[in-house]
Design a protein around this ligand. Structure first.
Ligand SMILES: CC(C)(COP(=O)(O)OP(=O)(O)OC[C@H]1O[C@@H](n2cnc3c(N)ncnc32)[C@H](O)[C@@H]1OP(=O)(O)O)[C@@H](O)C(=O)NCCC(=O)NCCS
Length: 185
């Protein structure tokens, strides 16, 4: 699917543009924002590379990776990724917002938007996310959206010079309630 453009009351999921590099740096370049993610803070050059790769992925015939901008009006406030699995009924979501906007319900709104995108637009049957066991904000937003805890992947990732477990959450299409308050701010 291309181009992606899907909105909730405060946020829009859209394709990344080359001009998003400074906005993306404010998310992926921020040590607090990436503390629980699989990578260390990115440089501006690395953010530019991520955008280049996203733009290239967006043009693929059988697009499986949706690396998207999260915008509030004209401003990029975060990044989100939907990666379709080898078995294409299922996909993994990832998300990150600028730390100065945390705690206003935007994360919950964004998970709701990603589920709507996955189930309604991509026709997925299962959507999952993997979080650090310490990532309580991620736990809260996924649980609130109806993504139940599925289990622990031990030694899931090698990151920051150590192995890290992940806690997996998931939701199935027939469990998803589009107009549930969980999907609203
Ligand atoms: C996860 C993230 C998107 C949530 O965004 P947000 O806009 O703050 O989300 P919301 O405001 O909708 O909800 C956050 C919830 O986490 C809770 N929370 C935040 N920090 C917390 C902490 N350190 N301990 C416990 N709960 C915490 C908040 O209280 C809130 O729960 P509540 O509404 O039940 O009170 C944001 O924290 C983020 O971008 N983190 C960095 C990237 C990341 O970790 N992504 C997830 C990878 S799986």
């Amino acid at each position: 699917m291309y181009p992606v453009e899907l909105s909730s009351s405060r946020l829009t999921l859209r394709e990344l543009r080359l001009s998003d590099v400074d906005g993306l740096l404010q998310v992926y370049g921020d040590a607090e924002a990436v503390r629980h993610l699989s990578f260390t803070p990115r440089t501006k050059e690395q953010c530019a590379y991520i955008i280049d790769a996203a733009v290239a992925d967006a043009q693929r015939e059988n697009r499986g990776v949706y690396m998207l901008a999260v915008a509030r009006g004209d401003r990029l406030v975060g990044a989100a990724r939907v990666a379709v699995d080898e078995r294409p009924h299922s996909a993994q979501i990832g998300l990150a917002l600028r730390p100065d906007l945390w705690g206003q319900g935007l994360g919950s709104e964004l998970v709701g938007l990603l589920l709507r995108f996955g189930f309604q637009e991509l026709g997925l049957k299962r959507i999952w996310g993997a979080r650090s066991p310490q990532n309580q904000a991620s736990e809260r937003v996924m649980l609130r959206a109806g993504m139940v805890e599925e289990g622990r992947i031990r030694r899931h990732l090698w990151t920051r010079d150590a192995w890290r477990d992940s806690i997996v959450h998931s939701i199935l299409d027939d469990e998803w309630v589009p107009d549930s308050p969980a999907h609203k701010p």
